[in-house]
Design a protein around this ligand. Sequence first.
Ligand SMILES: [Zn+2]
Length: 217
Amino acid sequence: MQLPKLGLVLFTFGNVSAVDRSLGVFAIKPSGVPYDQLSPAKMVIVDFDSTVVEGNLRPSSDTKTHAVLYTHWPMIGGIAHTHSIYATAWAQSQRDIPIFGTTHADHNTVDIPCAPPMDDEMIGGDYEYQTGFQIINCLQKKGLSYQEVEMILVGNHAPFTWGKTAEKAVYNSAVAENIAQMALLTEQINPRAGRLKEALIKKHFERKHGPDSYYGQ
Ligand SMILES: [Zn+2]
């Protein structure tokens, strides 16, 4: 319900899920239900094969993508997906979001990756299931850890974000959108803007995430 409040989705767009690893299930937004009508009872509980184990509504159409990520990434607790405008525009442009500033560096030390658009076979097959692998394969190819980079763009589609909790995944969706908007404006103001220099990347990431972090205290 935070997604529309944060301006990240329209109508019934987007979805969030939260996993319970001890029970081997996750709760996900039902498909087609407006956000202001959501309640805990309307959440759909599914297992990692995307089979509904509790709930009367249809799970989000992206459920299989969430299931693939939970299966392959044991340390995540929540996933969010939006079509937020700026992040989606970068996805549609099939570009990684360059690290231009310290806002970006506070969350990631690398460009926000954009997975290539899926090939025809993946699209024609089990599309939402394959979307999960498109995400996993992209991070793997770029040598990135899902525990360090908690956001990705899927080319021609939109952002997916995750985190230790569903709340963190939603937070990361808002951060991704914020970074995407700033990066676009940066390129508009100066098309030759350079990437943030290494010393600033390290400084900002470590003051928030390093062993001696002090940011926000
Ligand atoms: Zn989508």
